[in-house]
Design a protein. Structure first.
Ligand code: NAD
Length: 471
């Protein structure tokens, strides 16, 4: 695929490149300047059906491979991705508008996930347990779920694919990946790379617009598991519809993550981490720090330094015109003390934005904007900070900056979040660490880590009853 020539990006079904059955395409524009990058297949129910059928047909043969062999192939996939890291990062930088440096880091993170799954994953440990019955041996085996629908967000595309595709296929499932309509090129690249190593039909890629290609996949009776990373709104729809036929559903959703700055914090580090957590990747991280909760006595100094930093921060563009307009609408009437305006250049650039004086119950405090916007809150003490952090519909990640072990531990225990960081940013997970949230940030699953194996396998309890007299 040569991005300079603006190719048409087709689906990948049963190992072959296929345009949408309808012949329709949608246009993908570059966020950095609004120019046309490529066209991608505008898939619908017929394409989804073909992809699910290919996955179903491939799954039983794939499951019969040993876990060690599947692990070896995942390792080969990771190595193949590493060998083409510059090319992969170039595609991601073009289709998302992020810097090549950031995109390279994401390719490396995706590769590391492959190595983790191929290494730790392939042990696929079960358990043995005791029994009240003599001569009964009980053990557990992990079995694949079947056909997995993998639906992901655009924000860090390659790690998003890697976090789902690597454990899904390693565990013996066949999969249909539905990437975001904002990142068709990286998905096609990743899919083609996989076609070189895994049998046809084990990984299929269906491009398309969310409301058109997503529902037929979620509602397909041929899909046993829906693993979704995206907004709470879409997640709720998926849960309801896949839930009707009792499919297994794993949801990794949004966040309104808080970073707390205490009066004993190292302010230089607190400002540095707040800027990176709020504005890197244009704030388009589920783990972005969109709420900064600051102790009264250091509030003014922290705010002045944060605003100075925000004014020179290069956050990159947001993903689309629609996203930029949505964020600007949400900011109307707010007390904006930095940014808050569209940058005067082509593409979808929002100046890094800091807002003050927002009530904790206001819509701006409770809804995820998924852009370079953060809100400052003033608190008197740790109890007030914890109360404010927890006063949110979301509970994904959190951070506290303090030099007190006691405050850090109290925060870690009291905060309602799936991840807690002391003296760092709100983002920065690694492949061996389970990641996920509470409340509206997810439905209790953890991705990455060995926890990912729980998403993509079912436990089977095997009872062996022997008779020593027959020995
Ligand atoms: P989104 O919900 O709009 O879209 C996510 C995916 O769902 C896309 O592939 C989209 O095409 C598809 N989709 C849309 N409607 C669908 C439907 N009705 N049925 C099936 N699929 C459908 O989210 P987004 O804007 O791509 O991503 C931003 C969101 O993702 C944020 O809320 C962010 O916090 C979240 N996110 C969460 C994590 C995590 O691990 N918890 C990681 C990254 C992003």
């Amino acid at each position: 695929m040569h991005i300079g020539s603006i190719p048409d990006i087709a689906n990948l079904i049963d190992g072959a490149s296929r345009p949408a059955a309808s012949g329709a395409w949608f246009e993908k524009l570059r966020p950095a300047d609004g120019t046309l990058l490529c066209r991608a297949a505008r898939s619908g129910a017929a394409d989804v059906e073909a992809a699910v059928a290919a996955a179903r047909a491939a799954q039983s043969g794939w499951t019969r491979e040993t876990a060690v062999e599947r692990g070896r192939l995942v390792r080969e996939l990771a190595l193949a991705l590493r060998a083409r890291r510059e090319e992969a990062a170039g595609l991601v930088a073009e289709e998302t508008g992020k810097s090549t440096e950031l995109a390279l880091g994401e390719v490396d993170a995706a590769v590391e996930m492959g190595f983790f799954v191929a290494g730790e994953g392939r042990r696929l440990y079960g358990r043995t347990t005791t029994s009240a019955m003599p001569n009964r041996t009980v053990m557990t085996l992990r079995r694949p779920v079947g056909v997995a629908a993998l639906i992901v967000s655009f924000n860090t595309p390659l790690p998003n694919y890697a976090w789902k595709v690597f454990p899904a296929v390693f565990c013996g499932n066949a999969a249909v990946l539905k990437p975001s309509e904002h990142t068709p090129a990286s998905a096609a690249f990743f899919g083609e790379l996989c076609q070189e190593l895994v049998p046809p039909g084990v990984l299929n890629v269906v491009q398309g617009l969310g409301p058109e290609a997503g529902p037929p996949l979620v509602e397909s009776p041929g899909v046993d598991l829906v693993s979704f990373t995206g907004s709470a709104e879409t997640g709720r729809w998926i849960n309801e519809h896949a839930g009707r036929r009792l499919a297994k559903v794993c949801l990794e959703l949004g966040g309104k993550n808080a970073l707390v700055v205490c009066d004993d914090a190292d302010l230089d580090k607190a400002v540095e981490w707040s800027l990176a957590s709020a504005f890197s990747n244009a704030g388009q991280r589920c783990a972005a720090a969109s709420r900064l909760v600051v102790f009264d006595s250091v509030y003014d100094e922290f705010r002045d330094r944060l605003v100075a930093g925000a004014r020179t921060y290069d956050s990159g563009p947001v993903i689309s015109e629609g996203s930029l307009e949505r964020i600007l609408r949400a900011l109307e009437g707010a007390n904006v003390i930095a940014g808050g305006v569209r940058v005067d250049r082509p593409g979808w650039w929002l100046a890094p934005t800091v807002v003050e004086d927002v009530a904790p119950a206001a819509a701006l405090s409770c809804s995820e904007l998924f852009g370079p916007v953060t809100i400052l809150y003033r608190v008197r003490n740790l109890d007030e900070a914890i109360g404010l952090v927890n006063d949110s519909p979301y509970g994904l990640t959190s951070a506290i900056h303090t030099s007190s072990l006691h405050r850090a531990m109290r925060f870690a225990e009291a905060v309602e979040a799936g991840v807690v960081v002391v003296n760092g940013g709100t983002h920065g997970s690694e492949p061996h660490m389970g990641f996920g949230g509470v409340k509206q940030s997810g439905t209790g699953w953890r991705e990455a880590g060995v926890e990912a194996l729980d998403v993509y396998t079912e436990w089977k309890y095997v009872n062996l009853i022997s008779d020593p007299s027959m020995a």
